[in-house]
Ligand binder design. Structure first.
Ligand SMILES: Cc1cc2nc3c(=O)[nH]c(=O)nc-3n(C[C@H](O)[C@H](O)[C@H](O)COP(=O)(O)O)c2cc1C
Length: 243
């Protein structure tokens, strides 16, 4: 039986050594589907998930992951990738979806308004934020918004670096959805940023606009050596603030 969310959160540990027992690709794929249900900024879904089961690729990627045990002993790997460059396609997909769901005769006024607002969002606001030329336009927008921001609340994250963070935030949420889904079915994972991302991109033949968010080792924990130590967190009181 699947674990509850609380059980899955508690069971999940970064697992560095996996058993040699194979894991079911279809189950991993289902966990990746659940990853794709994570919330995402403007619902742009600027992410891709590479599910690696091929032994040759696994070996190459383990080297690119600096020969970390979590990659070397993994039965499968998942690479979460950001695709900021796909914003136009994703905005278009959202518009097509909106046109389809609101394609009903005699639509009530409030739904017509909602449809127009949402479509304007993808046709006007998203291009305003995402259009950039080598970071120059983004920086100009940033300066303009800083000035406007002196007088009223305004969205300020328009620089190329801001947009990268936006894409990586959403991708990391998907990665956590994935790891918790794996945990819920008794599979283990280890998120890794310790990798040569350029080599990972080359191995996966990813385009220039793609960025590696995380490589995730997947398998079943070795009961003795899999988890390096007890879980450590700074006291919750040090990070929790009620105001
Ligand atoms: C973004 C990110 C990158 C990480 N990179 C690595 C890594 O390269 N190698 C590794 O062994 N663990 C890596 N970790 C795992 C952390 O070390 C681990 O989450 C932390 O020590 C807490 O342990 P726990 O996950 O078992 O609770 C990473 C975790 C995150 C969230």
């Amino acid at each position: 039986m699947e674990k509850t969310v609380t059980e899955a959160i508690n069971y999940r540990r970064s697992t560095r050594v996996y058993k040699s027992e194979p894991i079911d690709s279809q189950k991993v794929k289902q966990c990746l589907y659940q990853a794709s249900l994570a919330p995402t900024s403007s619902n742009l879904q600027l992410w891709e998930f590479y599910h690696i089961t091929d032994k040759t690729l696994l070996d190459q990627l383990a080297v690119a992951c600096l020969n970390q045990n979590a990659a070397k002993t993994a039965q499968q790997l998942v690479i979460v990738v950001t695709r900021k460059d796909l914003w136009r396609q994703r905005a278009k997909a959202n518009i097509e979806f909106l046109n389809k769901v609101y394609d009903k005769p005699n639509l009530e006024e409030r739904w017509l308004k909602r449809k127009k607002m949402a479509i304007d969002y993808y046709q006007k606001l998203i291009p305003t934020i995402y259009t950039d030329v080598f970071g120059i336009l983004g920086f100009i927008k940033y300066l303009v918004f800083q000035i406007v921001g002196l007088f009223r609340p305004v969205y300020r994250q328009t620089r190329l670096s801001d947009m990268r963070i936006v894409a990586h935030k959403s991708a990391a949420l998907a990665a956590e959805n994935f790891m918790l889904s794996m945990s819920a079915i008794g599979y283990d994972t280890c998120p890794m940023e310790g990798s040569d991302t350029l080599r990972v991109k080359q191995i996966l033949t990813l385009p220039r606009g793609a960025e590696i968010n995380m490589v995730i080792g997947c398998g079943i924990r070795d009961e003795d050596k899999g988890i390096y130590g007890p879980r450590f967190r700074v006291p919750f009181e040090d990070v929790y603030f009620e105001k």
